[in-house]
Design a protein around this ligand. Structure first.
Ligand SMILES: [Zn+2]
Ligand SMILES: [Zn+2]
Length: 202
């Protein structure tokens, strides 16, 4: 298989207020997957953006190092919510509720699950094929229509773990656009959903 040259992908929320670049993207430097988990589905619902999941409730995600992301416009509209205390940090553009990506709620593990809805141009071959479709048990609709995995979920997880370790060794967690470079604190406080808000999304 020939190597696909790195590309700088233009990222943008639906209304164009928040813009970013994902630098040097290739299928090898990240992990392309679809997540059907109920939390990812709840996030889309919390944003009122049912359109960002597919017919089976899947979220198309490209996991890469946070250091590859650079916001070029509208950073003040970048916010995050948590479905529960200590939950995954789910970043979005508050201007038009476009999901951006998922990270851990603290600095240290420099991966971000970039959500395809924030990639405004046709990404072409840059992201590569979907390696695996995970948390299938939460899929909705015609689940028989979901394609088989290109590689096993475990192969995907091990490969991703190796990538994350290499990013950490490189110090990428200190070059994240989501956390302050000096203090490591998130750009701003999160909004944590209440139990009743969360229940309403299930
Ligand atoms: Zn917007
Ligand atoms: Zn998920």
């Amino acid at each position: 298989m020939s190597r696909i040259p790195p590309r700088d992908l233009q990222l943008q929320c639906r209304c164009g207020t928040v813009r970013a670049i994902a630098h040097g993207v290739t299928p090898q430097m990240g992990n392309h997957c679809v997540c059907y988990c109920d939390d990812c589905q709840a996030f889309a619902k919390a944003l009122g953006r049912a359109d960002v999941v597919d017919a089976n409730g899947g979220t198309d995600i490209f996991q890469l190092s946070q250091a590859r992301l650079e916001f070029t416009q509208g950073l003040d509209r970048v916010e995050w919510l948590q479905l529960a205390p200590k939950g995954t940090a789910r970043w979005y553009a508050s201007c038009c509720n476009t999901p951006i990506g998922n990270t851990l709620p603290r600095r240290g593990v420099p991966f971000v699950g970039l959500i395809r809805a924030f990639v405004r141009e046709p990404a072409g071959d840059a992201l590569g094929p979907i390696r695996a479709r995970v948390y299938r048990k939460f899929a909705v609709g015609d689940v028989a229509a979901i394609p088989p995995n290109n590689q096993s979920q475990w192969t995907m997880i091990l490969r991703l773990a190796a990538l994350i370790i290499s990013w950490q060794l490189r110090g990428d967690h200190k070059r994240s656009p989501f956390f302050d470079a000096a203090s490591g604190a998130p750009l701003k406080p999160s909004r944590v959903l209440t139990e009743s808000e969360r229940a309403a999304l299930r």
